[in-house]
Each structure stands twice: as structure tokens, then as C-alpha cells.
Design a protein around this ligand. Structure first.
Ligand SMILES: *[C@@H]1O[C@H](CO)[C@@H](O)[C@H](O)[C@H]1NC(C)=O
Ligand SMILES: *[C@@H]1O[C@H](CO)[C@@H](O)[C@H](O)[C@H]1NC(C)=O
Ligand SMILES: *[C@@H]1O[C@H](CO)[C@@H](O)[C@H](O)[C@H]1NC(C)=O
Length: 324
């Protein structure tokens, strides 16, 4: 057991160098060759007990994992198990310091009952296929990557997810429906991104939410009634943003304290424009002309929207939805 914990630490430090190099490489975009071929990948694992933030789990630590195409998928897994363990015992997949620009959508399928997926420092750039999972996925950490957008369909069906972290990526905008299926979500972090707007309705579907972290972003606008439905919220950390520095750790009067702060400091005047942006992007321009003060934040919302709309329709998506 000790061996594996140590080896995970070694992987972590060795990975740090490679990450910077890969970041620049990943940002160069997709070559023509990448667009044409998809690959079935054998997931090479070092198996071991790993202490994650949420507890110790028998884990596949991925090795030599490179993805080049958005349709790359996992064919099967290899690796030497600890005595007495089999694929069925694997509870977590840990991808650290690899080159996974695209997350293979069926990363967990070689194992039964994977509860946790961590993809960290691996240059993850696109999340544009719905994640397929076997068993109840409870923890999903996609930290220290290069994500710029999070399409609302990426997390469909994750009804058991308790923790989601997108910390330290390049995300500018969160879709208000991204949590639609996450009725069990307890903890969400989007800290250290480039988020400018937190849309109305983002937390409408997550009544169990206890902790939210948005520190170190570029938030200038927060939609009305953002936290109104969060009766269990105890911790909310918004420090390091242009419109608010509020951080609440004590769980006392959280909703009223946050609502007052957001209403007075984070551009209630813009809420109308923002709602228009959510629902009817075409109305946005008119709204913007009326509300000059929102314009740059709103332009950003619009750009993100247009970017996402430009993505080709996915034949795969409907096939996958039917599988669930
Ligand atoms: C992953 O998905 C691909 C393509 O849909 C499929 O061929 C493959 O068998 C799946 N892998 C596993 C381990 O289920
Ligand atoms: C994984 O699948 C490939 C292609 O079917 C096969 O050649 C390889 O032997 C498999 N590896 C394992 C460990 O099952
Ligand atoms: C995923 O994103 C890449 C890069 O934007 C794009 O080329 C590709 O078509 C997208 N795939 C799907 C299935 O939308």
C-alpha cells in the first residue's frame, strides 16, 4: 500500500514539468490528422490504494495515457492488481500529468462501480461528449486543466454526483443547465477560472448543495436568486472577484447574507440582460443597448454561446442518451 502512495506522489512531481510543456502544445489546436482518426485505447493502470480528498480508494492510476481525438475511447484496461483485487474492486480512476486533451467518454467502463474520477494536470481541453459511467459516480475532479467551456450535456445523468471540481481551468462561462441532473451535489468548486457571470438558475437543480467555491475569478455579475433555493448551504467562498469578496464559512444566515451582497454589488441591473442571454440569445443585443453597463460581460456570454452553438451536432449524443 505504501509503495503506491509514494509512487502517486512521485508521479505528481514528475508530471508538473510535462504539464507546462503540454499546455502550450494542447493550445495549438487540433491537427488535421487528429480530426480524422479515433482510437481504441488500452488504459494502462498502476493499481493501488490512494488517499483522495474524500477517502481512500482502490484506484487505477493511468500511465502513458494520450488522447488525440474527441472520439477516442477506452477499449480495456491492463495492469497488475494488488493481491486479492480484481477490476471489480476498482473504485477510482486517477489521471494525473497525462496528455488527455479529450477525456475518453467511457473512461470508467472497464471497471464496475467506479465512484471517483480525477483528471488533473493533464491538459484536458474539451469535454464535449456525455460521460458514460458504470455505477454511481460520486466524485469528479477535473482540476488544473485547460477547459474553456463546459457544455451542458457533458454531465448528463450524474444523479449521484456529490463533489464536482473544475478548479483552476480557463472557464469563462457556466451554462445555467449544467447541473440539471445533479440532484445530489454537495460541493462545487469553480475557483481560479475566468468566470465573469454566474447565471440565474445555476443552482436551481442542486438542493443538497452545502459548499460552493468561486474564489479567484472575474465575476462582475451574479444572476438574481442565485442561492435562494439552497437551504443547506454552509460555505460560500467568493473572495477575489471584481464585484464581491464575500466568504461565508459559518453557515449562519448564509442565504440572506449572500443575497444582499449579490443584489447590491453584483449588478442586479444586469439580471434582465442576463436572463435574456440565457433564454433568447437574439434578444441580447437590444437588452445590451439599454444596459450599457453590462455590455462587456454580456458580450462574453454571447461569444461563449456562439462558440458552443458552432460545435457540430453530435450523432453520438442521442445514441448515448438512449443507452442510459
Ligand atoms: C468504449 O466505447 C467504445 C465505443 O463506443 C466501445 O467500442 C468500447 O467497447 C467501450 N469500452 C468499454 C471498456 O466498454
Ligand atoms: C485490449 O483489446 C485489444 C483489442 O481488442 C487486444 O488486442 C488486447 O489484447 C486487449 N488487452 C487486454 C489486456 O485485454
Ligand atoms: C469537440 O470539440 C472539438 C474542438 O472544438 C470539435 O472539433 C469537435 O467536433 C467536438 N466534438 C463534438 C462531438 O462535438
Amino acid at each position: 500500500m505504501r509503495f503506491f502512495i509514494i509512487s502517486a506522489l512521485l508521479i505528481a512531481s514528475a508530471a508538473a514539468d510535462g504539464i507546462e510543456q503540454f499546455k502550450s502544445e494542447a493550445l495549438k489546436g487540433i491537427s488535421q490528422q487528429d480530426e480524422i482518426y479515433s482510437h481504441g485505447i488500452t488504459l494502462q493502470c498502476d493499481f493501488g490504494m490512494i488517499r483522495h480528498y474524500w477517502g481512500e480508494m482502490y484506484t487505477c492510476i493511468a500511465r502513458n495515457l494520450v488522447t488525440r481525438h474527441h472520439y477516442d475511447y477506452i477499449m480495456n484496461a491492463t495492469g497488475d492488481h494488488m493481491t486479492g483485487k480484481t477490476d471489480k474492486d476498482v473504485e477510482a480512476v486517477y489521471i494525473l500529468g497525462q496528455r488527455t486533451r479529450f477525456l475518453p467518454y467511457n473512461i470508467s467502463t472497464p471497471f464496475n462501480g467506479v465512484k471517483a474520477i480525477r483528471v488533473e494536470g493533464s491538459g484536458l481541453l474539451f469535454l464535449n461528449r456525455t460521460l458514460k459511467y458504470e455505477g454511481p459516480l460520486e466524485y469528479l475532479h477535473l482540476e488544473n486543466n485547460l477547459l474553456r467551456t463546459v457544455p451542458s450535456w457533458a454531465f448528463r445523468g450524474l444523479t449521484n454526483l456529490k463533489w464536482l471540481s473544475l478548479r483552476n481551468n480557463h472557464i469563462k462561462y457556466l451554462e445555467s443547465t449544467m447541473f440539471r441532473d445533479m440532484k445530489s451535489l454537495r460541493r462545487f468548486s469553480a475557483s481560479s477560472n475566468l468566470i465573469e457571470v454566474v447565471p440565474t438558475g445555476l443552482f436551481f437543480y442542486t438542493p443538497e448543495l452545502e459548499e460552493v467555491y468561486f474564489y479567484n475569478n472575474k465575476i462582475r455579475m451574479i444572476g438574481g436568486r442565485l442561492v435562494a433555493s439552497l437551504g443547506k448551504l454552509k460555505v460560500a467562498v467568493f473572495m477575489g472577484n471584481p464585484c464581491t469578496q464575500i466568504s461565508v464559512y459559518d453557515g449562519v444566515n448564509v442565504i440572506s447574507r449572500l443575497s444582499t451582497e449579490f443584489t447590491t454589488k453584483c449588478g442586479v441591473n444586469c439580471v434582465k440582460a442576463e436572463e435574456a442571454a440565457q433564454d433568447h440569445i437574439k434578444d441580447l443585443r437590444e437588452e445590451l443597448q439599454k444596459k450599457q453597463e453590462c455590455s462587456s460581460a454580456m458580450n462574453e456570454v454571447q461569444k461563449q454561446r456562439e462558440y458552443q452553438n458552432r460545435m457540430p451536432a453530435q450523432p453520438q449524443l442521442s445514441a448515448e442518451s438512449q443507452e442510459h
